[in-house]
Write a protein that binds this ligand. Structure first.
Ligand SMILES: [Zn+2]
Length: 318
């Protein structure tokens, strides 16, 4: 019931134009860092675990952002936080993992609208035919080659194992020689030449580790290796300093004090989590919260406005 009332309220706010007006007027000192993964036409996975957005909805969201908020590069936010400068209400667009669909579907829209964005790349998958292990598992399951129990077991193993001990179930399963266009669109990873083209068109990049591992369960040595290899590879291919990192999985339990120390020592200026919230001057620069996208459009704009109003109220009452 509460959800229905909230939905009706968001629909009213969106179609009456009140939401757009409020989004422009309200001015909390906070930044919404939006977290996307991919943009593609046909979903391979069922809606409850699909993490890609159809191109038309993505473009609708980007147009909504452009007409309501200032969209800024993450590097500017990192710099302001590092220098202790006050933050001004704005939005940052980020993508995790480094899917090729970022290049095919998202980049042209962002370029056309002139919106800055940052892609967090798990560098061992660039130029490779391999997909992120979790996606191999999801795909085999969606093709009926893994049952649901094995899928869940493999998912837990991938999320909780140190890289050295990881024997993914996917290595034991036969990958069919023919991969559907939809699966390619969903899971194929970027090539270096695509990353370079995106960078020339103004995209920014950050590290998402080398192998897309859970940093909290890796040894100190592996953490350092993951942070340095990915940074060096991106810097040598793109010719610009890489100063931000996004934790794979990104929940509290996938971050640790030793990972934080290694991120700082590896020369990163900030790190992003997948915890929900706005970035404020009080945020820890090495575990910045983000906002997951919502759909449809009225829920997306409504939730974003709600976050900013909540923050403005907090600032006003304290
Ligand atoms: Zn990821």
């Amino acid at each position: 019931m509460k959800r229905l009332v909230k939905a009706a309220f968001f629909i009213f706010l969106y179609y009456s134009g009140i939401e757009r007006l409020l989004a422009r007027l309200i001015r909390p000192n906070a930044i919404a860092v939006l977290m996307y993964h991919g943009v593609c036409d046909r979903a391979v996975l069922p809606p409850e675990i699909n993490f890609h957005l159809p191109p038309c909805e993505f473009e609708q969201q980007m147009r909504a952002l452009k007409s309501r908020y200032e969209v800024v590069p993450l590097d500017d936010v990192c710099k302001s936080l590092a220098e202790g400068k006050p933050l001004q209400k704005s939005v940052v667009i980020t993508f995790d993992d480094g899917y090729r669909n970022n290049f095919s579907y998202a980049a042209p829209v962002l370029k056309r609208l002139g919106l800055p964005y940052t892609v967090y790349v798990a560098t061992s998958f660039v130029d490779s035919d391999h997909w992120i292990p979790l996606n191999e598992v999801y795909w085999l399951w969606s093709e009926g080659k893994l049952d649901s129990v094995s899928m869940r077991e493999a998912r837990t193993q991938i999320r909780t194992s140190a890289s050295e001990t990881l024997v993914p179930l996917v290595a034991r399963a036969e990958r069919p020689s023919v991969v559907s266009k939809a699966a390619e669109d969903s899971f194929a990873m970027l090539k270096w030449k695509e990353l370079e083209t995106m960078a020339r068109d103004g995209a920014n990049f950050g590290s998402h580790t080398h192998t897309h591992c859970n940093m909290a369960v890796q040894s100190d040595q592996t953490q350092k290796r993951e942070l340095l290899i990915s940074k060096q590879l991106l810097e040598s291919h793109l010719g610009t300093p890489i100063t931000s990192f996004a934790y794979p999985y990104g929940r509290r339990e996938q971050m640790s004090s030793s990972a934080r120390k290694n991120i700082v020592q590896s020369g990163y200026l900030c790190a992003l989590s997948a915890e929900q919230g706005l970035v404020t001057a009080e945020s820890d620069r090495f575990s910045l919260p983000r906002i997951g996208y919502e759909r449809p459009i009225w829920r997306f704009t409504g939730e974003l406005l709600y976050q900013f109003i909540k923050q403005a109220w907090k600032e006003w009452t304290t």
